[in-house]
Design a protein around this ligand. Structure first.
Ligand SMILES: [Zn+2]
Ligand SMILES: [Zn+2]
Length: 99
């Protein structure tokens, strides 16, 4: 995650401002996760409606390519989907297997 990489050199408010700016520019996604915290993920050229994944072991949050298909009642329109899946990422499963 961006935030952890930049820690130490810049303060949190500066990071947050920068991330919000990136968010406005569509460079990152803002994710309200199932743990109640906000995360930013780098937009890897994915479509608007997709799942986000949070690893409960390493805390990584990322965009998943899988598209979300939901059906709304007639007359409803969808403006935003906030879908987060939590579990273990491939890297952590790998590590846990080796231990
Ligand atoms: Zn992980
Ligand atoms: Zn995303």
């Amino acid at each position: 995650m961006i935030e952890s990489e930049m820690k130490g050199s810049v303060n949190r408010a500066t990071i947050y401002r920068a991330l919000n700016r990136f968010h406005e520019d569509g460079l990152v996604h803002k994710v309200q996760a199932d743990d109640g915290k906000q995360y930013f993920t780098i937009n890897t050229d994915c479509e608007d409606d997709h799942f986000h994944f949070r690893c409960t072991n390493c805390g990584k949050v990322e965009c998943l390519e899988q598209e979300i298909k939901i059906e709304l009642p007639e007359g409803y329109t969808c403006a935003n989907i906030n879908a987060i899946v939590s579990g273990l990422c491939a890297g952590c499963i790998d590590k846990l297997r080796k231990e």
